[in-house]
Design a protein around this ligand. Structure first.
Ligand code: PMP
Length: 428
């Protein structure tokens, strides 16, 4: 069709102009031209249910956020070396969402910059160079962070001070096992003469395949980290801003107060604003020994976007919606398990859900190809999800937080159809 041809032209143009390092989603990539709430519209006007985008977290093009950005852009936007009250208003509003031990926030444009700054603070304050991350983690694009992002599949440089540990499991003794892996990594550093700087984890373990339970399982691991003189950095880029349905932050489910917290994606609902929150005693030390300047990070327009996002989360009860709709969605997916044995497990918290697919029962082989098929079959049915985990066999469902039960019903109906279609295909 003409639409297909237009898509092929865009793909060719993109490859010609942007080069070969990028990847597009889907066997048939899709072009969106407009968004609203949980919906994305393609060039032909077809509507897709977005069950994947955590950036437009309070809904695509939320009018309150759009107006806040436009209003401030029409008044003033500058670099960050002048006084500006809105930036401080945002800092105040944001810090109020944290436990009292977290007293400062520094603004950046991306989650990568926030994590990179956290690495610098951790190195400066501990004198250490060793970092512990999970085996399929993703933490960002800088050279320092690609070394701590094994999900990219790049080899660790020789003599690297990074230590990779297995992702938390979903078994009975997940807490003890995870703490054991952290302790072993700390021991290994000691033997190698490496002083540890920090344990850096995404508190919902998104790229590792979504591991949420039992709440509190991170605590013994963090205690071991601190006993070795290192810090705990909570990467809240994915779980933060209410997505997990229990308060604003993923670490809160673990009954923990991190030393450093990094955040990004949902923070400006698509506007690039990110940051690092910290215990003041750490920044006192960092400020004595170092300096930080970020041209765009936390400029007046970004701060206005951030404030507007916090407004919407509160006004629309989105943390509660994440909790309730998330629980409803997980219940429905568990209901599908009886009819579709490919579903080996359902995990998550709030509107962050992982559905593990395995052939041959819960302990069978990872159903990697099947997960890819399901993602593409759902795209054909105009529902957007993706997959995660080291084998890519965990369906990742992570919709905007304005996702309601009617949207969950629609997702389940299409997922049910896609699984049935896959089963028919594999019987042929
Ligand atoms: N941390 C996590 C857990 C992420 O998922 C990402 C982005 N996928 C980042 C950090 C990096 O954020 P950004 O892309 O904004 O640099």
């Amino acid at each position: 069709s003409a639409a297909d041809e237009a898509t092929q032209d865009l793909i060719a143009r993109r490859n010609r102009l942007l080069g070969p390092a990028y990847r597009l989603f889907y066997e048939q990539p899709v072009q969106f031209v407009r968004g609203e709430g949980v919906w994305l519209y393609d060039a032909s006007g077809h509507r897709y249910l977005d069950a994947y985008n955590n950036v437009a977290s309070v809904g695509h093009c939320h009018p309150h956020v759009v107006q806040a950005i436009a209003r401030q852009a029409g008044v003033l936007n500058t670099h960050t070396r002048y006084l500006h009250e809105t930036v401080l208003d945002f800092a105040e509003r944001l810090l109020a969402t944290f436990p009292h031990q977290i007293g400062h926030v520094m603004f950046t444009c991306t989650g990568s910059e926030a994590n990179d700054l956290a690495l610098r603070v951790a190195r400066t304050c501990t004198g250490g160079t060793g970092f512990i991350v999970t085996a399929n983690a993703y933490h960002g694009v800088t050279s320092a962070l690609t070394e701590l992002s094994p999900s990219l599949g790049l080899p660790l440089p020789q003599g690297s001070h990074a230590r990779l540990i297995p992702a938390p499991g979903s078994g009975e003794n997940a807490t003890e096992i995870f703490a054991g892996h952290v302790s072993a990594a700390l021991e290994d550093m000691k033997r190698s003469g490496i002083r540890p700087a920090a344990l850096l984890v995404d508190t919902i373990f998104s790229s590792d395949g979504v591991f949420a339970d039992p709440p509190g399982f991170l605590r013994p691991a963090v205690e071991a980290t601190r006993a070795a003189g290192a810090l705990f950095i909570a990467d809240e880029v994915q779980p933060g801003f209410g997505r997990c349905g229990e308060g604003m932050w993923g670490f809160a489910r673990h009954g923990l107060v991190p030393d450093l917290v990094t955040m990004g994606k949902p923070m400006g609902n698509g506007h690039p604003v990110a940051g690092m929150a910290a215990r003041p005693e750490l920044l006192a030390e960092f400020g004595r020994r170092s300096r930080y300047f970020n041209t765009f990070g936390g400029n007046p327009v970004s701060a206005s976007a951030g404030i507007a996002v916090l407004d919407v989360i509160a006004a629309e009860g989105l943390v509660e919606n994440a909790r309730d709709t998330g629980a409803y969605l997980i219940k429905l997916i568990k209901g599908l398990q009886a009819r579709h044995p490919l579903i080996a497990g359902v995990r998550g918290s709030g509107l962050f859900v992982g559905v593990e697919l395995r052939s041959g029962g819960p302990n069978g082989t990872p159903a990697t190809a099947e997960a890819t098929r399901i993602v593409n079959l759902l795209r054909e049915r105009r529902v957007l999800i993706s997959s995660a985990g080291p084998h890519g066999n965990v369906l990742k469902i992570r919709p905007p937080l304005v996702f309601g039960t009617e949207h969950a019903d629609m997702l389940i109906q299409r997922l049910d159809q896609a699984l049935a279609e896959l089963e028919v295909m594999s019987e042929q």
